[in-house]
Write a protein that binds this ligand. Structure first.
Ligand code: BGC
Length: 761
């Protein structure tokens, strides 16, 4: 498929040149002077491996612990000066540079970008590229040659505490977005990570849960974003996950790591274990295909942090000496690390600490990202008006009341290793419990807020209006203030963190989130909606929320965790300086129990994907369940019309859709045009799947013809008998749509013959 034709084509060409679809990772035997960078990297790495002692090889394949001097961060692998191999530092970078030194978070001046889920809502691979590049620049300034961002597990379970860290529920959207981010990162000479491989879809029992998935579902859904990410993005690093897949730990799973990732997809980088207990057996992990143990230890009999057993130091050395892990395998592990360092550029130009982060550039980058990620979910016309409530017109509004969500202080961020600390290290909001309180082992209960108050930004947009703030603790007072004001804006927040799942998608209250919520948010919104002339809800959240009050509010703006410039970004969208263009990367269900998994079991570690292929919107479509807001949905301050859809197909089965998009409204705006396919009924697929999209910027009144390309694999099913992708025979219907449930979608049909798709993308 093509999103932005240029970059995908470039990427595919690069992939072809690199032979990324191939499966030969053996050490090159020729020494003729190569020029292509992959061969050069392979040959240089092989020459280094040939000079190494056993101890040196072992040194290359395990970290020596985390949070160590001089840089802090998550992992350190000391270099080998006699061979010119530099020290190597890695750290978390899902939203910015997280640097922890000796247990203390370092406010290092890095920029907190909007959440990755927000990034997915932009549907903009160019933005994903720039997001990766921005964080990579800051990683290098802080001395890190590798970043542990970012995750791409699918939102199979919306209550997953890490939904905010991932890229939504669709494998194609997530796959191309992670590929673009990866390219943006590695162009800055920082090794990019794609994690957590695979099917790491909830946090409950996270070290021991076992995702039980049939092969077709695994290939068509859970693995597909990784497949696209690897083939198109060519990351240097894949982090294998804590959980088991079909009974085998991900980092000890030779099917996942060697058969699929390395041999079938042609991954040439290294596989790195997740930090705690991802490995439980030296031979199984090394022989299955894990190339690097993290956090690792200088002494396997002590382990990581003295708590977690480790396996790739003395234990691995003993296994290699005993022959239970072949020397050829150890050589391959080292080769993969070194060729990645050479290929990405960190061997010859390692990151060095000493520079200063350009905070102004960071502010611009995070603001630009935030304004492209927000999703306008509702924009109704109040009874007293002839126009929708948004955008707000500062010249006609005399009074605004802003309510709740700590909008006077800042914007919320998600928790865990994907959190970027505030630049000054100060949480803009005082927690309601002791800040050292944990909700799970090592998981702080308190949300972090960045000092970027929406209230200040709203005041700046409406200098002639009276703008008041109420903290939301008194719903009656809020309702009264809302009745008296021209506009009421209520902020709703939902704190999500690594290490714990949400009990519900209901906006949390003082019982379900006592650390961060002083009142019942749903009751507050309902009270304000009942009395306000114009009511607007702004959400800062990590996953879907249910909205029992939806019929009674005029507008809902989904702001996600908007990053360090969230306040101005929210205000600029509310006042129309920016026309929202995001669309949902996840389905918002009406109720928790509309999800295929009714509840997350706290005790049963077997997580059975009994919905099979019906993940995300596929479930709601197949089961005929009306979502609150469907996947791919989002409004604009303008309107768009589609016309003239036609499709063509080349001999390889690659599809191109062409149509014209017109901005039929009065303001400039950007539209995400989504291309879905309904496969022939005999294929046994859910009603439709996303196969491509194009985001197009259009001036008011203008039209543009666009093309959306989808590779043959996007039309294929995983044939478990053949063990290959195969286009099923029969009638396909293609939809050019503004959401997964667009009843006005344009359609085009084609009858296709059965065709096996070669292994490539
Ligand atoms: C998380 C990873 C993270 C690592 C290092 C793990 O617990 O699952 O996503 O990169 O810690 O912080």
């Amino acid at each position: 498929m093509t999103i932005r034709k240029n970059w995908v084509l470039t990427a595919i060409c690069a992939a072809i040149l690199a032979g990324c679809g191939g499966s030969d990772h053996s050490t090159p035997t020729t020494t003729t002077a190569a020029t292509d960078p992959d061969t050069v990297a392979d040959q240089r790495a092989a020459a280094l491996v040939a000079q190494m002692t056993l101890d040196e090889k072992i040194q290359m394949v395990h970290g020596i612990g985390a949070q160590l001097a001089p840089l802090g961060g998550d992992g350190t692998i000391p270099g080998i000066p006699r061979l010119g191999i530099p020290d190597f530092y890695t750290t978390d970078s899902s939203t910015g540079v997280l640097q922890i030194l000796n247990g203390v978070v370092q406010p290092n001046g890095s920029t907190a970008m909007p959440s990755p889920l927000a990034l997915a809502a932009s549907w903009d691979p160019t933005l994903a590229h720039d997001y990766g590049a921005q964080i990579a620049k800051e990683l290098r300034v802080r001395g890190f040659s590798e970043g542990l961002g970012a995750g791409v597990d699918l939102a199979r379970e919306l209550r997953n505490g890490r939904t905010w860290e991932y890229l939504g529920e669709d494998p194609v959207l997530a796959g191309y977005m992670i590929a673009a981010r990866t390219q943006g990162t590695q162009e800055q000479k920082v090794i990019a990570t794609i994690k957590h491989y695979a099917a790491n879809d909830q946090e409950t029992n996270r070290y021991i849960s076992n995702s039980i998935i049939d092969e077709r579902t695994l290939r068509e859904l859970s693995l597909l974003p990784f497949e696209i990410g690897v083939k198109v993005g060519q990351p240097g690093n894949i982090m294998c996950a804590y959980n088991l897949v079909n009974g085998v730990k991900s980092c000890q799973n030779s099917y996942l790591l060697t058969d699929v990732l390395k041999n079938e997809w042609g991954f040439k980088g290294k596989v790195q274990s997740d930090w705690y207990m991802a490995i439980t057996d030296t031979e199984q992990a090394a022989n299955a295909g894990t190339d690097e143990e993290e956090g690792g230890s200088t002494n396997d009999s002590v382990g990581y942090l003295g708590l977690v057993p480790t396996f790739f130091n003395q234990k691995l050395e003993a296994a290699v000496t005993a022959g239970t892990v072949p020397m050829t395998r150890l050589n391959d592990m080292v080769q993969r690390r070194l060729r990645t360092m050479i290929r990405v550029g960190v061997m010859d130009s390692p990151a060095t600490l000493g520079g200063t982060i350009d905070q102004a550039a960071g502010d611009t980058a995070t603001y630009n990202a935030a304004i492209q990620t927000m999703v306008l979910l509702k924009n109704a016309t109040p009874a007293s008006s002839s126009t929708p409530v948004l955008p707000l017109n500062a010249s006609t509004i005399h009074s605004i009341v802003v309510i709740g969500g700590h909008a006077d202080a800042g914007v919320m961020a998600g928790g865990g290793s994907a959190l970027t600390p505030p630049r000054d290290g100060i949480n803009a909001v005082k927690c309601l419990v002791d800040p050292s309180t944990m909700i799970a082992v090592g998981i702080p209960a308190c949300a972090t807020y960045y000092n970027s108050a929406p209230l200040d930004a709203i005041r700046a947009k409406a200098p002639n209006a009276t703008v008041t703030y109420l903290d939301g603790t008194d719903a009656n007072a809020a309702a009264a203030a809302a009745a008296a004001a021209d506009v009421a804006i209520v902020f709703g927040t939902q704190f999500e963190t690594e290490g714990a799942d949400l009990s519900s998608l209901s906006l949390p209250n003082s019982t379900t989130d006592p650390a961060n919520q002083a009142y019942d948010q749903n009751a507050l919104i309902a009270a304000v909606a009942a009395s306000a002339k114009r009511s607007i809800v702004v959400l800062e959240n990590g996953t879907a929320v249910t909205m029992p009050w939806i019929d009674n509010v005029h507008a809902v703006l989904e702001a996600w965790y908007p990053g360090m410039q969230g306040g101005p970004a929210i205000a600029d969208v509310l006042f129309g300086t920016v026309n929202p263009s995001g669309k949902l990367p996840i389905t918002f269900p009406m109720a928790d129990t509309d999800q295929p998994q009714k509840a997350i079991s706290p005790t049963d570690t077997n997580v059975v994907y009994s919905e099979g292929l019906q993940m995300g919107y596929r479930w709601y479509d197949a089961q005929n369940i009306q979502p609150l807001f469907p996947f791919g949905y989002g409004l604009s301050y303008t309107t768009f019309g589609y016309s003239g859809l036609s499709t063509s197909m080349d001999v390889s089965g690659n599809l191109t859709a062409t149509l014209t998009v017109t901005n039929t409204g009065k303001v400039d705006g950007a539209e995400v045009v989504e291309l879905y396919a309904a496969l022939p009924p005999a294929a046994g697929e859910p009603p439709r799947r996303l196969i491509g999209w194009q985001k197009v910027q259009l001036a008011a009144g203008s039209s543009k013809q666009i093309t959306i390309s989808a590779s043959a694999e996007r039309l294929a099913i995983w044939d478990v008998t053949l063990g290959q992708w195969r286009i099923p025979a029969g009638a396909f219907t293609f939809y050019a749509a503004s959401s997964s449930r667009d009843s006005g979608a344009l359609t085009s049909t084609r009858t296709l013959s059965s065709k096996v798709v070669p292994i490539s993308d």
